[in-house]
Design a protein around this ligand. Structure first.
Ligand code: SF4
Length: 509
């Protein structure tokens, strides 16, 4: 048996097709399910098929066994663990503390995700944290990889910590139905890669043309990061759950569900393995760097048979494409269709004309430019006035006046670190359930929010407004730093002029 390369080596090695498998730990190590997972790990470690085994973290917004417990066991068995690391349950200090622990334990492979909104917990729904988003978290880890400098004011301040060798990836979904939902996903990918993502894994989907679109987009945009495609081993039961919309950001059509039911009727559980093997063959044929297998029960011989079948099917991958074109009729594709293969040509599709910007947006943009464009128009006067008000007996009154106006106009949440100017005058603190500052999560469905399905996703609205004034690509430039909780309840206007808000880090434009 030849030696198995590590996950990192396999990702970096040209010509090697990386295979990872996702484990979902349950809530207790005393259950039979956990023993099955351990048996899977033991069997997989005797073989060299898998380059990495990933472990989810509180998947689906439910509490579960912390991933490092399995991570340690997987590592001890000689396999390479990849730990999912989400932003939903930890604030930035707990995140940092967990990263120090991961470094100590040698668990350096991380998959950075925003995370599903918490659904329930002990005596009620858990508090959604989302103190950092995926772009912030990637930036923090990149800083730790380089040698993390502690801020001067912190205990032990000014010290530079030794570098920590993390290897981190991120997720993107090409499986979005509308342009305004899809492009913010791609724009956020730019930010994630600029923040240091070493590899990318797709969301789960069953549209080969969409898988291909992402590959082509990354090539055209010069995003040279290895891309793995998620392959869901989906039986009839799971297909029904997905069809009901119970898995955030993943969808299948009624037609596809009917096919899954019919195939399982004929072939039994093997139908799901054959479907997964076909998709693996297609992704390999298209040029994906590898695949990330998920959804399957942890039975190692099943994974072996899926991979063997994928190998057999690989030479005729193009014939299999028509079986994987499951998107609604009106789905937006970034590229023109290639009638020969059913995939995409390199030529981009026309995008719909921008709708007219709301009048309120144009007025707000005008006023914002008048007062907040450094050195221009009314900025110098406002700057001088702000310096006089700050610390004076009028500051309290001024702050109240500001929030009276902004609560009425924007449903402002008094964060004191205002991002309205960058977010097309929509407040992420009140309009996005996860308070995300740098692009959408993967959970939206047909343009509507994962958490509040009756509301349109904030980023769909931001994209539409920015597109109306030709500024939609602002969503891929730089990034907005996390909210500074020191500023809560203080005047965001004064904070801006006094250099206390997020602009002090760098200009987000
Ligand atoms: S508004 Fe959009 S980005 Fe925010 S939680 Fe809802 S779907 Fe996710």
């Amino acid at each position: 048996m030849s030696e198995r390369p590590s996950f990192q080596e396999s990702i970096k090695k040209p010509g090697l097709f990386t295979i990872t498998y996702e484990l979902v730990p349950g809530r207790s190590t005393r259950l039979r399910e956990f023993r099955k997972i351990i048996r899977f790990v033991e069997e997989a470690s005797r073989d060299n098929l898998l380059h990495g085994v990933s472990i989810t973290e509180n998947a689906g917004g439910h509490p579960a066994l912390s991933p490092e417990v399995l991570g340690r066991e997987i590592k001890a068995a000689g396999l390479d663990p990849i730990l999912h690391f989400s932003c939903k349950d930890k604030n930035r200090n707990q995140i940092e503390s967990t990263l120090f622990a991961r470094d100590r334990e040698g668990l350096h492979n991380l998959l950075i995700i925003t995370g599903d909104y918490p659904r329930y917990g002990f005596m009620g729904k858990a508090k959604p944290v989302f103190d950092l988003d995926a772009v912030h978290l990637l930036s923090l880890i990149t800083a730790m990889e380089k040698g993390f400098a502690l801020p001067e004011e912190a205990p032990g301040g000014g010290v530079k910590l030794p570098p920590m060798p993390f290897f981190k990836g991120c997720v993107v979904s090409p499986f979005k139905r509308y342009e305004a939902e899809l492009l913010p996903q791609y724009y956020k990918l730019h930010r994630k890669i600029a923040a240091g993502a070493h590899f990318v894994i797709t969301q789960v989907g069953f549209d080969a043309r969409k898988f291909h679109e992402l590959l082509l987009y990354m090539k055209q945009e010069g995003l040279k990061v290895p891309l793995l495609g998620s392959v869901l081993v989906m039986d009839r039961r799971l297909a029904r759950v997905i069809y009901r919309g119970a898995v955030p950001g993943v969808r299948i059509s009624r037609r596809f569900l009917a096919r899954v039911e019919e195939e399982e009727e004929k072939l039994g559980p093997r139908a799901a393995f054959i479907r997964a093997a076909k998709l693996i063959a297609i992704l390999r044929g298209m040029g994906y760097k590898g695949v990330h297998l998920c959804g399957a029960k942890p039975v190692y011989r099943d994974i072996v048979s899926i991979l063997e079948l994928a190998e057999e099917l690989f030479p005729r991958w193009q014939e299999l494409i028509p079986e994987f074109l499951d998107s609604p009729e009106d789905t937006f594709y970034l590229f023109r269709k290639d009638p020969e293969t059913g995939l995409n040509l390199e030529e981009r599709n026309e995008r719909a004309n921008a709708s007219r910007a709301p009048f309120s947006f144009l007025v707000n943009a005008f006023v914002h430019e008048l007062f907040f464009e450094p050195g221009k128009y009314l900025y110098p006067y406002a700057f001088r006035l702000a310096r006089r008000i700050a610390g004076s007996r009028f500051e309290k009154f001024f702050t109240r006046l500001e929030y009276l106006l902004k609560e009425f106009l924007f449903d402002c949440q008094r964060c004191g670190d205002c991002t309205l100017g960058e977010m097309a005058f929509l407040c992420p603190q009140s309009q996005c359930a996860k308070g995300l500052l740098n692009g959408p999560c993967g959970g939206s469905q047909d343009g509507y929010c994962e958490v509040y399905p009756e509301k349109r996703c904030l980023y769909v609205r931001v994209y539409e407004r920015l597109k109306a004034v030709g500024r939609e690509k602002d969503l891929q430039k730089g990034f907005l730093p996390p909210r500074d909780w020191n500023l809560t309840g203080t005047s965001s206007w004064l904070n801006f002029y006094l250099g206390r808000d997020h602009h002090r880090h760098f200009s987000p434009k």
